[in-house]
Design a protein around this ligand. Sequence first.
Ligand code: FAD
Length: 414
Amino acid sequence: MTSDQTHIIVGASLAGAKAAETLREEGFDGRVVLIGAEEERPYERPPLSKEYLRGEAGREKVYVHDEGFYAEHEIELRLGRTAVGLDTSNGELELDDGERLDYDRLLLTTGAEPRRLPIPGAELDGVLYLRSVGDSDTLRERLDRGGAVVVVGAGWIGAEVAASARQRGLEVTVLDPLSVPLERVLGAELGAIYRDIHTDHGTEMLMGTGVESFEGDKAVERVRTSDGRELECDFVVVGIGVEPRTGLAVQAGIAADNGILVDEQLKASVPGVFAAGDVANAQHPFYGERIRIEHWANALNQGPAAARSMLDALTAYDRLPYFFSDQYEVGMEYTGFARASDRVVFRGDPATREFVAFWLVGDRVVAGMNVNVWDVIDPIKRLISERVTVDDRRLADPDVSLEDLAQVEGGTVA
Ligand SMILES: Cc1cc2nc3c(=O)[nH]c(=O)nc-3n(C[C@H](O)[C@H](O)[C@H](O)COP(=O)(O)OP(=O)(O)OC[C@H]3O[C@@H](n4cnc5c(N)ncnc54)[C@H](O)[C@@H]3O)c2cc1C
């Protein structure tokens, strides 16, 4: 070891594990400590609402690295340990067992946790949330028993859990106060397509409906809705979004607002501290504002970018947001960020569930979603990142290739 520095990563999930890997790949040969509150070595969460939840994939499929990886790369993996205190002026981190660790650089990849529903009956048995592999195991046991489930929240987690439960043959009811599923990200038109996909598979979609209380004797037996209905059920899954885990940063005086505030190079407000993944509200050079992204690809890529910043290889993290979702036989990928848009242009007939949707502002594409259409991410990225001027008719015409539309001199893909 030629470096006597210690770099610590708090949060042993995707962003943290990829950051540790990158520190070694980039040649850092000092001490690397990766601290994780969970007992499990770093794993990926997307399968937990999909194939792992349905029992189609085993646990070995979810891990980020092989078991021996951390020891082989001299990464000190401390599992089942929570960082509880942080003194940034002395570069010192305190763990829940009282151990104190000095650091030269610190990366916070503490992620996010499910928002709780504070209503009567919230503490009843059978009111479940999904974030960890343990949560997915608990839910999978419920799916094995069959019966009826009420899913509260028609965002990505709720929609995927509903689809998996239906695929396992349960009776599924989904509630959401918004008018269609996934409305916040996709808008009313695309959300309606997802509502129909669920309805076609026999899921009851109670949109525009909130939840008043969970009722039952010890365990939940029914859900009382805002419009006075009583829905009998065997269990409930709540998926109403996540909150970034900023507690450790905030108590150490690090600036946070909807996540830990970091600049384009993922540096936090205090020297030597960085953040990445779900917890980071990062300044994005392309958008010229801060955005916090709660998706797999962001954790995958931002972790390594933060590691490079820790090593002073300072480059801006400028990847366009990207995520995917699978529900029943419908797979999709979404690229970009449509905080606002004028209209949606479709390439292909949405009724066939094989199409690309583009969100536009003026004559520019700000986001694209390909549904059961593959290998189109690069031209979609290029359309967005190069701010290519497009014509709605050509964009909608499947005979005009997206590559041709996205052709720009010297263009690079973010
Ligand atoms: C069920 C499910 C399905 C998903 N499906 C998709 C999908 O289809 N597509 C997609 O793009 N994204 C999906 N996501 C989102 C994706 O998994 C997240 O964006 C990703 O996990 C974020 O990774 P992260 O490393 O930033 O944080 P997290 O995965 O949240 O991990 C943070 C880790 O830090 C640990 N930690 C926190 N505080 C401390 C502390 N003080 N001390 C020690 N450890 C600490 C936590 O225990 C946790 O293990 C899904 C998420 C879930 C839950």
